[in-house]
Ligand binder design. Structure first.
Ligand SMILES: [Zn+2]
Length: 257
């Protein structure tokens, strides 16, 4: 199994467009390992991916780092047993982010080969931390499902983030961060900016789709930097439009094209 990682460092900084790369990687991992969203227990996911969680009593055992490539060319994640976050899905997913993104496990054969067996690794640059945080949010709140659930708990003016967070088994602040990642937090794009369907007057929903999977929209694909486009669809009659940008697709829908 091999994923494609291109110019990773250049692609990921703070911006949404760039972070889409991590999102797509998380999506591929979800599909490759048949991970069920919402994830109830990240420890089970780690098992299915080939790793182990090892709990340590003593913080000193973790000083040199908490991720190890093991002799069977898999990995251990070491976590402090006394820390309340150690069983947290986010903490585990965050560490998994380092393993895929910064150690090359199943993503970058050359990088993974350079990782020394039995050595404890830690990743302390803020860039790497941010990337792994993005990864954790992307894995726990897979984009298509997240937007569906976000819409489900939204009415014209508000969204119930408690329900969204409960669904995905994450904290409210984590689900907020995921929403802001899609720029669908209320400050930038109120859900109310989406007008009712021009044909039947029912509610429309917005969600991202993967262009690679839907080759019929070939012209949009050429324009698209990251192979993601947005679709707005009427829930009732199926009227729909697409665009490569969230802003464009909302403008288009509201202009009744
Ligand atoms: Zn309609």
């Amino acid at each position: 199994m091999k994923y494609v990682v291109l110019n990773y460092d250049k692609l990921i900084e703070h911006g949404f467009e760039k972070a889409i790369f991590i999102d797509n990687l998380a999506e591929k991992i979800i599909n490759a390992y048949n991970i069920q969203i919402p994830i109830i227990d990240m420890k089970e996911v780690i098992k299915s991916i080939g790793g182990r969680i090892m709990y340590k009593n003593n913080y000193y055992e973790l000083i040199n780092g908490n991720i190890i490539k093991t002799h069977d060319r898999k990995f251990d994640i070491l976590l402090p047993i006394l820390n309340k976050n150690s069983n947290n899905n986010f903490t585990i997913a965050y560490n998994l982010g380092h393993i895929f993104l910064h150690m090359g496990y199943r993503t970058d054969f050359l990088l993974w080969n350079k990782i020394i067996i039995d050595k404890q690794y830690k990743f302390i640059s803020s860039k790497q931390e941010k990337q792994s945080e993005y990864f954790a949010l992307s894995l726990l709140m897979s984009k298509n499902i997240f937007l569906k659930i976000f819409c489900k708990y939204s009415d014209d003016n508000t969204v119930d983030m408690t329900e969204v967070a409960n669904y995905f088994n994450v904290s409210i602040s984590q689900s907020r961060r995921r929403a802001s990642f899609f720029r669908i937090n209320k400050r930038k794009y109120k859900m109310s900016v989406l007008k009712k369907c021009p044909f039947c007057g029912n509610r429309a929903i917005i969600f991202p789709r993967d262009l690679i999977k839907e080759k019929n929209i070939i012209n949009e694909m050429e324009e698209s930097f990251n192979n993601v486009f947005y679709s707005i669809e009427c829930e009732h009659c199926g009227a729909s439009i697409v665009s490569i940008s969230l802003k464009k697709v909302i403008d288009k829908w509201n202009r009744r094209i």
